[in-house]
Design a protein around this ligand. Structure first.
Ligand code: PMT
Length: 413
């Protein structure tokens, strides 16, 4: 964490404060008050278990709007999407083992868990539970999953617990939780805080005439996952994309269609970038001439002459100064060999090779598997995971590569 963040960045921001059912729920009252004092618009969401420990009325009195406790029965028929979409930040304090597990598994069976799935805002959790529960492998694995997805965590403290014994698992102080919330909003939290990441996503479309194009099957899901996870980890992210997919709050979107447009967008932003990840499937060839009017069937089969597009990644490799440069490789045979050749030919630090001949990985699907090949010689294969999780694993490697450069910069300051 880079210093204590200024609480002023909470002013005017919409914060959903989720409270789950543990004895530490009483401290959430103080978290609520501090967030409101800092100027945030706070919407409390209490689980049914939280109501066993604290009262709805307390939060309604302190927060910016009445507390909510259920998906059903209120005046708003879809409160989770309204809350999730409007939020600038979701804070869960305390976050019990149950809430943590549901969030990691994607279960949405109450208002809080549904809101968590219906948001693109950053999420900060403050776990609290007994030491044995906190140390349980299931809890730690769920926590790892969430961290990989970019969820921010205020670790619990060590101290006296509800049963009178002592150990790790006590909710962090309200002061620390509110400072962490401000840190997330200020972009000063997360392992990629202060890092500028440029990501490309989707397949380029090279026009033949006003209605037809040469294209490929890339949906943009892999590139968008990388952008979302990098943003959740605190990076300043620019996403050059050919798709209309949504992106996480704070991600700057640059829409493009052709390889030429993508090249312009990427090259102009390259000098300021610390990391570039080319997940886009850029067409290698485009029609040499674009017909100004729609080609008519009656005129017979047209002869479309192709020419090469600019190789954006190779151009980035030639101009590399300080950037960590990452490519993806969609291969159908000799996957490692072909991908490794691209690392050298394009002066990359890392390439993520996808065997796109398998049905559950590569284009369009929600899952992927990557062979990570680095210029250092490191080679690692990931299991078949969601694209979000693969993005997290790729960003873990990138974070490691940035460490020496960041240490050098910090020393200079
Ligand atoms: O978008 P999805 O449906 O989620 O699918 C994800 C994906 C399969 C598209 C993605 O994981 C992937 O593999 N992207 C790279 C696809 C590709 O173009 O591979 P390639 O081996 O042809 O190119 C190697 C690298 O050079 C890529 O980083 C590519 O962005 C870059 N390139 C290629 C051609 C070109 N003219 N300019 C480039 O910069």
């Amino acid at each position: 964490m880079a210093g204590t963040p200024d609480l002023a960045c909470l002013a005017g921001r919409r914060v959903v404060l989720g409270v789950s059912g543990g004895i530490a729920a009483y401290k959430a009252v103080e978290v609520c008050r501090r967030l409101v004092d800092a100027g945030a618009f706070v919407s409390p969401v209490l689980t049914q278990d939280a109501l066993r420990f604290v009262g709805e009325v307390t939060f309604s009195a302190l927060a910016s709007e009445p507390a909510r406790t259920s998906l059903f029965g209120g005046s708003d028929p879809i409160p989770h999407t309204r809350l999730g979409q409007a939020a600038d930040l979701i804070v869960i304090a305390p976050c019990t083992a149950k809430t943590l597990g549901k969030y990691a598994a994607g279960i949405s069976d109450d208002l809080l868990s549904a809101t968590l799935l219906a948001t693109r805002a950053p999420v900060l959790i403050a776990p609290a539970m007994h030491t044995e529960m906190w140390e349980h492998p299931a809890v730690q694995e769920n926590l790892q999953t969430l961290r990989r997805r970019g969820v921010h965590v205020v670790d619990p403290e060590s101290g006296r617990l509800a049963g009178g014994d002592s150990g790790e698992g006590r909710l962090a102080s309200p002061e620390a939780i509110v400072a962490a919330a401000a840190g997330v909003l200020a972009g000063s939290l997360g392992e990629l805080a202060g890092v500028r990441v440029l990501v490309t996503a989707g397949g380029t479309r090279e026009p033949i005439d006003p209605v037809r194009f040469v294209g490929n099957r890339s949906s943009g899901k892999m590139g968008h996952a990388l952008a979302d996870v990098a943003a959740a980890r605190g990076a300043a992210v620019t996403l050059v994309t050919t798709t209309g997919l949504p992106a996480a709050a704070g991600v700057e979107i640059v829409p493009v269609a052709t390889a030429e447009e993508m090249a312009d967008a990427v090259f102009s932003r390259y000098p300021e970038a610390d990391v570039v990840v080319m997940a886009a499937a850029v067409a290698d060839f485009r029609p040499k001439a674009v017909a100004p009017e729609k080609l008519k069937k009656q005129a017979g089969v047209p002869e479309v002459v192709l020419e090469p597009t600019p190789d954006i990644l190779a151009g980035l490799g030639e101009r590399k100064t300080h950037q960590v440069l990452v490519g993806f490789a969609a291969e159908t045979e000799h996957v490692v060999e072909h991908a490794r050749a691209k690392v050298e030919a394009k002066n990359l630090d890392l390439i993520v090779a996808n065997d796109v001949s398998a049905p559950d990985q590569g284009f369009e699907v929600d899952t992927n598997r990557g062979i990570l090949i680095e210029s250092s010689g490191f080679v690692g294969e990931t299991p078949l995971v969601s694209k979000v999780e693969l993005a997290g694993l790729v960003l873990d490697r990138i974070t490691g590569m940035l460490a020496p450069e960041r240490a050098r910069r910090e020393e200079q300051q």
